[in-house]
Write a protein that binds this ligand. Structure first.
Ligand SMILES: *[C@@H]1O[C@H](CO)[C@@H](O)[C@H](O)[C@H]1NC(C)=O
Ligand SMILES: *[C@@H]1O[C@H](CO)[C@@H](O)[C@H](O)[C@H]1NC(C)=O
Ligand SMILES: *[C@@H]1O[C@H](CO)[C@@H](O)[C@H](O)[C@H]1NC(C)=O
Ligand SMILES: *[C@@H]1O[C@H](CO)[C@@H](O)[C@H](O)[C@H]1NC(C)=O
Ligand SMILES: *[C@@H]1O[C@H](CO)[C@@H](O)[C@H](O)[C@H]1NC(C)=O
Ligand SMILES: *[C@@H]1O[C@H](CO)[C@@H](O)[C@H](O)[C@H]1NC(C)=O
Ligand SMILES: *[C@@H]1O[C@H](CO)[C@@H](O)[C@H](O)[C@H]1NC(C)=O
Ligand SMILES: *[C@@H]1O[C@H](CO)[C@@H](O)[C@H](O)[C@H]1NC(C)=O
Ligand SMILES: *[C@@H]1O[C@H](CO)[C@@H](O)[C@H](O)[C@H]1NC(C)=O
Length: 649
């Protein structure tokens, strides 16, 4: 081809391209017809059954598998929250790589033929630390008012929305993408600032419309009480409701109708199961009950989002907490939720039952690809663990202050902080050590000997200790997860009061060791890797690191597969597989006993896999032959294990 032919061809192609683009753009439209009580997609009435899956609770490499299974389940839409706190870990620094690659997730959903509903929040609950808000917001000022027009909140929020929403704009349905609806805020009608938030709601609406386009379908979601729906309502924004199985769907939609007389009926969070707390029975909701109310709602022509359709995992320090009857109750690592797709991606009976209900009401496009109900899991031989170092061997540079500072005051968001001081006077024998402002759990060490544990959950804030003048007092405080819901999402972590001995405040200087500053702990994991492995243990009760190595069997070409980490004899801690934080384990408190270890975190044969436990309370490595010092990857997940006996008052 000569130059001119090429040029003519390219111009021609360009012309066709522009023509097709613009004519398509004209056709693609998603809107609400309030008079006919329906959504309208490309001029046709539209309704959806969608499912929630939060990209941040599933390893990136498994997104597509889960999305394909959601499609296979008969859904036409998926719904996800966006988690601000993991993208902007440091103010003004945005990381959209790996598990934060939101546009990749949305594009993969589109490639699988699914439409997408995005819930931006930025408050999202989701049982994650601080409901997804970045903890550094709390550092800026002691009285920042979250979820209001307080400039200390609004300024960083505005900066974030101006980064995020322009990325979503080209992915909006009307612009050729899969996103049909976007939700600002979340269950705002249940938050204490709702009635006094002033122009915060209007700010949210106007900013979303400005940055996404004024043809965007925005919506709010609120609980099924009139008061919540009325307060959470944003003028000129579409209202939806949330409620679970077993109730009376027409009553709940009736409450929605009283706030919004017209428009399609939507339940944005229809609970397929329920969340868990450490030490409380595993939540389960029967498939029959879920299907009954789903059938009722679909008979009313409602659109429904099933929350969760696939719950996933609170990897790392992501898990949040709730205030239950005045008790601080942290959530476990698993976010299985008794959902239709299990934490490890398996299809429960509920999955097929729900699909059958959907088929009764809507045309379901059967996918070409089908899935087995359960994938094969790895069951590996026990792995010997070896002691490497105690926490006292690995302390970073401390920060000094006369009195204890909170995590937030030291820009330390998650995990642990060690507080350390010296006793300048001779105490009585014994003496009461007290931390009234403890968030959340403290292990006390006097001269490096274990001296007791305090707990916000159990309202245990003091302990009798034996100490001497010049004794060193170390207090390892764990942030077990900020509140994910309710008025106290702004609660700081660490020691928020003085530490006293018989009411005498210790204000002679505290060293604060941030364990460990980098939230991935990659530096300390590297350091541990370079240290000798020992067969003896300093003290069983000192928080310590233990390491094990293993190679997957070479004869099985399917490996690596998913597996579950079982830590028999270990009490409480955090587990790392090849640098991936699998989350907190706490098997004797339950109900979660094993940790999900996804296939993609293992290294294939013949590479060496490394597992590190940071055991806080008690390792089983006590006998001299080391026979008890093991962990194991097994093929059965236990999230419904025994729990302790509770005082029922
Ligand atoms: C997000 O994923 C896409 C597709 O895999 C990739 O091209 C892009 O570089 C990723 N973004 C970041 C910030 O890593
Ligand atoms: C919506 O935005 C378009 C272009 O951005 C503008 O032409 C139009 O006037 C806007 N409509 C309203 C109601 O603001
Ligand atoms: C729901 O409650 C209404 C009255 O409030 C009643 O008429 C209706 O039968 C109930 N529906 C179901 C499914 O129980
Ligand atoms: C549901 O929609 C269909 C079709 O538009 C209509 O005929 C029917 O009356 C609607 N049912 C209810 C309960 O609104
Ligand atoms: C998968 O589970 C469903 C529901 O329990 C059942 O009907 C189906 O037979 C199972 N499929 C296989 C291949 O076991
Ligand atoms: C915390 O971060 C802020 C900036 O975000 C910085 O000004 C301050 O010095 C930091 N404080 C500590 C103790 O690191
Ligand atoms: C406590 O005393 C030891 C030994 O003198 C010293 O190394 C350490 O820094 C002191 N700790 C504090 C918090 O002052
Ligand atoms: C800690 O004790 C000091 C000295 O008694 C007192 O000035 C200070 O207010 C106390 N701090 C808190 C948070 O109670
Ligand atoms: C691989 O070898 C192990 C141990 O020899 C054996 O138990 C297992 O069945 C073998 N797996 C396959 C797929 O051959």
């Amino acid at each position: 081809m000569n130059y001119l032919t090429k040029l003519a061809l390219s111009i021609g192609i360009l012309f066709i391209f522009v023509f097709v683009r613009s004519s398509n753009a004209g056709k693609r439209n998603f809107a609400i017809d309030y008079n006919k009580n329906v959504f309208v997609k490309d001029g046709e009435p539209f309704r959806y059954v969608s499912g929630s899956m939060h990209y941040f609770k599933v390893p990136t490499q498994l997104w597509r598998d889960r999305l394909q299974k959601m499609k296979y389940g008969g859904l036409n839409v998926i719904q996800t929250y966006i988690k601000w706190s993991s993208v902007e870990r440091t103010p003004g620094v945005y990381d959209f790589s790996g598990n934060n690659n939101i546009t990749r997730f949305i594009n993969e959903a589109m490639e699988e033929g699914l439409l997408v509903i995005i819930r931006v929040g930025p408050f999202i609950d989701a049982e994650v630390d601080m409901g997804g808000l970045p903890p550094w917001l709390l550092a800026s000022s002691p009285d920042i008012k979250l979820r209001t027009s307080d400039p200390k909140y609004l300024q960083p929020l505005d900066r974030w929305l101006n980064v995020l929403l322009p990325m979503l704009k080209p992915l909006m349905y009307n612009n050729g993408g899969p996103i049909i609806m976007v939700q600002p805020e979340n269950e705002f009608g249940s938050y204490m600032t709702c009635s006094t938030s002033g122009d915060y709601k209007a700010y949210m609406r106007d900013t979303f419309l400005k940055l996404l386009g004024n043809d965007t379908v925005l919506f709010t979601t609120d609980g099924n009480l009139d008061s919540m729906l009325k307060c959470g309502k944003i003028p000129n924004v579409f209202s939806t409701v949330d409620f679970g199985a077993g109730g009376n769907a027409s009553n709940s939609f009736g409450a929605l109708r009283r706030t919004q007389p017209n428009g399609p009926l939507v339940n944005s969070e229809y609970y397929s199961g329920w969340l868990d707390h450490w030490g409380h029975p595993h939540s389960m909701v029967s498939s029959k009950e879920v299907c009954k109310t789903l059938d009722d709602m679909l008979s009313m022509n409602a659109s429904v989002n099933i929350y969760m359709y696939h719950g996933g995992t609170n990897f790392g320090f992501d898990a949040g907490s709730n205030l239950d009857n005045g008790i601080y109750d942290p959530c476990p690592t698993s976010y299985d939720y008794d959902a239709p797709i299990s934490e490890a991606g398996d299809l429960r009976t509920k999955f097929f039952d729900i699909k059958n209900v959907i088929k009764k009401h809507m045309k379901v496009i059967e996918t070409e690809k089908t899935f087995s109900n359960e994938t094969e899991k790895m069951h590996l031989p026990p792995i010997k663990m070896q002691y490497v170092a105690s926490i006292f061997d690995l302390l970073p540079m401390p920060i000094l202050n006369p009195t204890p500072l909170s995590f937030e005051q030291l820009n330390h968001s998650y995990g642990f902080m060690l507080y350390s001081t010296n006793l300048t006077f001779q105490p009585t024998d014994p003496i009461i050590l007290s931390i009234p402002g403890l968030h959340d759990r403290a292990q006390i060490f006097i001269d490096h000997e274990y001296a007791g544990t305090l707990s916000q959950t159990h309202k245990i804030t003091q302990v009798a200790v034996l100490a001497q003048k010049n004794s060193r007092i170390d207090i390892l405080v764990e942030n077990q997860g900020r509140y994910a819901y309710g008025p106290d999402i702004n609660q700081r972590k660490g020691i928020l009061s003085n530490v006293t001995l018989n009411d005498f405040p210790l204000t002679n200087g505290w060293k604060h060791y941030r364990i460990f500053e980098d939230w991935t702990w990659s530096n300390v994991l590297e350091k541990i890797d370079s240290m000798p492995r020992l067969n003896s243990v300093g003290s069983l009760h000192i928080p310590s690191f233990y390491v094990g190595s293993f190679v997957l069997p070479g004869n099985d070409t399917n490996f690596p597969l998913d597996s579950f980490l079982r830590v028999n004899g270990w009490w409480k801690g955090v587990a790392f597989l090849n640098g991936h934080n699998l989350g907190r384990y706490w098997p004797n408190v339950g109900p979660q006993v094993t940790l999900y270890a996804p296939s993609v975190y293992f290294l294939p044969y013949p590479q060496v896999n490394k597992i590190v436990l940071f055991e806080l309370e008690h390792s089983p490595c006590n006998n001299l032959d080391g026979e008890s010092c093991f962990i194991q990857f097994v093929d059965k997940h236990v999230i419904n294990g025994p729990i302790p006996l509770h005082n029922t008052k």
